[in-house]
Write a protein of this length. Structure first.
Ligand SMILES: C[S@@+](CC[C@H](N)C(=O)[O-])C[C@H]1O[C@@H](n2cnc3c(N)ncnc32)[C@H](O)[C@@H]1O
Length: 206
């Protein structure tokens, strides 16, 4: 008998207009470093979910912001939010493993997404993203590591957990603006208290 494919918990939240799957506020580094990012530059958010970072940047004067996610439900919701707030956003359904880098960017953001594809796939994504970033441009990346095992809610999908410190190695030729490694205690509907090991980096191309 064919096994039923498990659907990640965030898909239900993406279908519900009344809740934000991961909160409506931007991630802290996007807020903290907004003033050093170029408002006229090209921005790409990969695995954007409800695009809270992309919306925050647009609402703060960034003119050229693109965001993509594998989830059709997420992108439908992003378009609805944009329409409601009368905001233009270039949001589209896209698998990061198959992204075609036709343009260069000045800021590439990805939070909580890369570990959902195999290690070699997200390494390639970072390699290509670095190649297609203008000098002086930034990357803001957050990934889960294998310092603690993947929690029940994501273990089926987290096929590419990073090694601790791997991001630092991948950006050794860039200027490291910020770097954090920590364990987050998390709890949400239907999932008891659990932990995620997190590495984050804000890096600037020389
Ligand atoms: C934990 S959510 C984080 C969403 C958003 N970055 C945030 O912080 O609110 C992970 C997101 O990665 C997306 N995702 C998973 N695999 C992907 C892939 N191969 N390409 C693009 N997005 C992917 C999921 O659809 C989901 O929206």
């Amino acid at each position: 008998m064919e096994e039923k494919k498990k659907i990640p918990f965030w898909e239900e939240s993406y279908k519900n207009d009344d809740i934000s799957a991961f909160g409506a506020n931007p991630n802290p580094e996007v807020k903290e470093f907004i003033d050093i990012f170029d408002k006229n530059g090209k921005v790409l958010e990969a695995g954007c979910g409800e695009a809270k970072n992309a919306f925050y940047l647009i609402e703060n004067g960034f003119r050229n912001v693109s965001a993509f996610d594998l989830s059709d439900n997420a992108i439908k919701k992003v378009h609805k939010i944009a329409e409601k707030r009368k905001i233009h956003i270039n949001a589209f359904v896209q698998d990061l493993c198959r992204y075609q880098w036709d343009n260069n960017f000045d800021l590439v953001i990805s939070y909580g997404t890369l570990h959902f594809v195999k290690s070699e796939e997200w390494h390639k994504f970072i390699f290509d993203a670095k190649e297609h970033t203008n000098s002086g441009g930034f990357h803001v990346i957050q990934i889960f590591t294998d310092k603690v095992p993947a929690s029940e809610d994501i273990k089926e999908f987290a096929v590419g957990l990073s090694k601790e410190g791997e991001l630092l190695t991948l950006y050794q030729d860039w200027k490291i603006i910020d770097h954090k490694e920590f364990i987050l205690e998390d709890e949400h509907a239907g999932v008891p208290k659990h932990y995620h090991a997190i590495n984050k980096i804000v890096a600037r191309k020389k």
